[in-house]
Ligand binder design. Structure first.
Ligand SMILES: Cc1cc2nc3c(=O)[nH]c(=O)nc-3n(C[C@H](O)[C@H](O)[C@H](O)COP(=O)(O)OP(=O)(O)OC[C@H]3O[C@@H](n4cnc5c(N)ncnc54)[C@H](O)[C@@H]3O)c2cc1C
Length: 455
């Protein structure tokens, strides 16, 4: 019998998390995936990009080794070896995930699925019936009208992930998270990089102060960028790809990476036919990820929440727990940690200053410069931790720039999500010398008792 408590379409972060949690709660689960379990994050997203960034970090460390008294010489990047390292990481995690799915007795079906009724998905002529259907078909890399992806000179992150050479010159169209991460990788690998961003600043969803610091750091690294200017056209010629901007400026490079955002994978999958409410291709859900059709749920990049793997995990778990009757709390999306893993990293949780003011908070701000932190000096990184807080109230946002600051989000998200005040955090002792001390110092300063802070 092909009848299950949960029929899940798509085995990426959202779908597989739902399957694993559902099975753990005793639900019968079928997970349908047309490609590889793990989806974008494992095979074409989070994991491969972070492996490339780590290889880039080693290249930069080698170049700068003499500053630390170490004699080493940077010779070149061997992309075949970089890819072998990256693919090795993916393959190990993929095997682990396949093992997990198997060990939880989840029925795994390989193939392209389509919603054929309100409680059925068909895969290669076989119909799977579910008391509940969870749609988790994810997202794809978008492009702009008239800008055709050819996969070699004009590419998306899919191709950028496994190039077998380092281009001499690259144009990155889009200064969001994905664009900035690739700009960082290629610059570390020795390419000349120019970012084009239509919005007024890089990583425009972050606090303005974080964008400014990232821009300063990128300038220092020789990464060029033009912000607040729109793309007009791209032409291919013997010199490479030439991009013309609306202000008339042109840039030519070997490769153009199009990183202008991701759109939902929802076309031709039977979603409209079953009457699901959609907006620009996204499925619209309530705060428990229920669509407008009873028994059909949607999670991950397919719905208009933050396009992050850990958001997909959380939504998948939420749906499984709701179906199992645990009545979980809805997700507070402001409390989701966000990281751009470039060098330097940009990390945040909670509200930006602008958002806090827009919501009517009486806002106080404090910036702690990493120049006052011992470990930051040891690492030779610059940056800061900025706190946004309600006057005489809890911390509303934490915004960080610097090497490795993404790791500090573990504490920052507790502070935000537990609505801690500066006085709650200031007495907590942070190990010396760690970057996390800067988190303690920032809160001490906000509580009116700065220790290692000038001025
Ligand atoms: C370059 C890049 C870097 C990223 N870095 C990070 C990061 O560092 N941290 C982070 O949190 N997020 C990152 N992300 C985002 C993250 O990858 C996504 O948010 C996450 O993968 C979304 O999970 P999902 O399950 O919604 O979709 P996906 O992971 O896209 O999974 C959807 C799955 O559904 C399958 N599918 C689709 N249609 C069908 C069908 N009809 N039948 C069967 N199967 C189907 C697909 O094959 C796919 O495996 C990155 C993304 C990119 C592109």
């Amino acid at each position: 019998m092909n009848e299950f408590d949960l029929v899940i379409l798509g085995g990426g972060s959202g779908g597989y998390a739902c399957a694993l949690r559902g099975a753990q709660l005793g639900l019968s689960v079928v997970l349908i995936e047309q490609d590889k379990v793990g989806g974008t994050c494992l095979h074409r997203g989070c994991i491969p990009t972070k492996a490339l960034l780590h290889a880039g970090e080693i290249a930069d460390d080698t170049r700068h080794a003499a500053e630390f008294g170490v004699n080493a010489q940077f010779i070149s990047i061997d992309m075949l070896a970089v890819n072998a390292y990256k693919d090795g990481v993916i393959s190990k995690l993929h095997k682990g995930l396949q093992g997990l799915v198997k060990s939880r007795n989840i029925t795994y079906v390989e193939g392209h699925g389509k919603l054929v009724s309100k409680n059925q998905i068909e895969v290669n002529g076989t119909v799977y019936t579910g008391k509940n259907i969870v749609l988790a078909t994810g997202s794809y890399a978008k492009t702009l009208p008239g800008l055709e992806i050819d996969g070699t000179q004009i590419i998306t992150s899919n191709e950028a992930m496994s190039m077998d050479y380092v281009p001499k010159k690259v144009i990155v169209l889009g200064g969001g998270v994905i664009g900035c991460e690739f700009a960082s990788v290629w610059s570390s690998f020795g390419a000349e990089v120019t970012i084009i961003e239509g919005l007024p600043r890089l990583v425009a969803l972050e606090d303005e102060s974080s964008s400014k610091q990232l821009e300063r750091a990128f300038r220092k690294r020789g990464i060029k960028f033009e912000v607040g200017v729109k793309f007009a056209s791209a032409t291919k010629g013997p010199e490479g790809v030439t991009v013309t901007l609306e202000n008339g400026a042109t840039h030519t490079a070997d490769v153009l990476l199009v990183a202008v955002g991701r759109g939902p994978v929802s076309a031709n999958l039977g979603y409209e036919e079953q009457g699901l409410t959609m907006d620009r291709g996204y499925l619209i859900v309530d705060n428990k990820c229920r669509t407008n059709v009873p028994g059909i749920w949607a999670v991950g990049d397919l719905i208009p929440t933050l396009q992050l793997a850990h958001v997909g995990f959380a939504e998948g778990i939420l749906v499984a727990e709701e179906i199992a009757g645990l009545n979980p709390r809805p997700i507070n999306y402001d409390g989701v940690p966000r990281v751009t893993y470039s060098e330097p990293e940009v990390a945040s949780v909670g509200l930006t200053t602008a958002a806090a003011k827009e919501r009517g908070y009486d806002v106080v701000e404090l910036s702690y410069d990493l120049a006052g932190n011992g470990k930051a000096n040891i690492l030779k990184t610059a940056g800061s931790i900025k706190l946004v807080a309600q006057k005489n109230g809890p911390v509303l946002g934490v915004h960080m720039v610097g090497s490795r600051v993404g790791e500090l989000l573990a504490e920052a998200q507790l502070i935000y999500n537990w609505e801690a005040t500066a006085d709650d955090v200031a007495p907590l002792i942070h190990a010396h010398p760690t970057l996390s001390e800067a988190m303690g110092e920032a809160h001490m300063a906000l509580a009116g008792k700065p220790l290692h802070a000038h001025g």
